[in-house]
Write a protein that binds this ligand. Structure first.
Ligand SMILES: [Zn+2]
Length: 255
């Protein structure tokens, strides 16, 4: 066993952080700590101005290649700085009024786009609306929706869940949470708020089989003065904060 020492601040970083009205971004929290340039890359090489956190960008590019979606699905909006989010909110208030804006645009520091883990996708060829791009349920967009979880993405604001999330149905907004979390959320029909709560209440953790591998997932509460977590020495693992009060530890083992 190796013991990791995590700080209170580490709770606010990682692929599984929850960012919503109740849990705003912490400081300048991006996905990981460190400098911006090395963490962001083009979501699609053909659209170099739309950026995502590296693991999310690589997963999205792989999905687009595998599904033959290059050029047919285009990235509309990825990473946004706080200033950009502020401007989008202000402009939308002016152009669309408060009711629309509250429904579709998150307040600064409450937007997942500031994490670099969220991407708005649109159907290529269509004239793209920046706030509500067209992303139909059929054709190549439907195929992406169906396969997204395999690449670590979830449809973040699904139909009928407005009450849980305070954001309207957004068929175009995908969030990278990584594997196998996206598959588990898809299979259980849980949104991120529900998934984190579920993990927190799984006293013995959760084991998930994927091909040859088993993922062991557990939730650990983090302390204000740091937290020690034991992880096995010879297995790959991943630690993510949840931006609430704890950590999700994912350990991979061979079956
Ligand atoms: Zn979005």
């Amino acid at each position: 066993m190796t013991v990791l020492t995590l700080s209170a601040e580490d709770r606010h970083h990682g692929d599984l952080i929850l960012v919503n009205r109740s849990y705003p971004l912490h400081g300048t929290a991006l996905v990981r700590r460190g400098d911006l340039e090395t963490q962001l890359m083009a979501a699609d090489p053909a659209w170099p101005e739309v950026l995502l956190a590296r693991p999310a960008a690589l997963a999205l590019q792989r999905a687009m290649r595998d599904l033959g979606a290059e050029g047919k699905i285009v990235p509309v909006s990825g990473y946004r700085s706080r200033e950009e989010q502020e401007k989008i909110y202000r402009d939308s208030l002016e152009e669309n009024g408060p009711e629309f804006t509250k429904k579709y645009v998150a307040l600064p520091d409450r937007s997942e786009h500031q994490t670099g883990l969220a991407i708005d996708l649109g159907e290529g060829g269509a004239e793209l609306d920046f706030i509500r791009p067209s992303f139909p349920d059929d054709g190549i967009c439907g195929l992406f929706k169906k396969e997204a979880a395999r690449y670590g993405f979830v449809l973040r604001y699904p139909k009928g869940r407005e009450a849980v999330m305070g954001i309207a149905y957004e068929p175009w907004h995908f969030r990278y949470v990584g594997c196998p979390h996206a598959s588990i959320m898809a299979e259980k029909g849980m949104v991120l708020e529900e998934y984190l709560e579920y993990l927190e209440n799984c006293a013995d953790g959760l084991t998930w089989a994927e091909g040859e591998n088993l993922a062991e997932i557990r939730y650990i509460h983090g302390g204000e003065n740091g937290t020690e977590i034991a992880v096995p020495e010879n297995c790959p693992y991943q630690v993510s904060g949840d931006n609430r009060e704890g950590f999700i530890i994912t350990v991979w083992r061979r079956r």
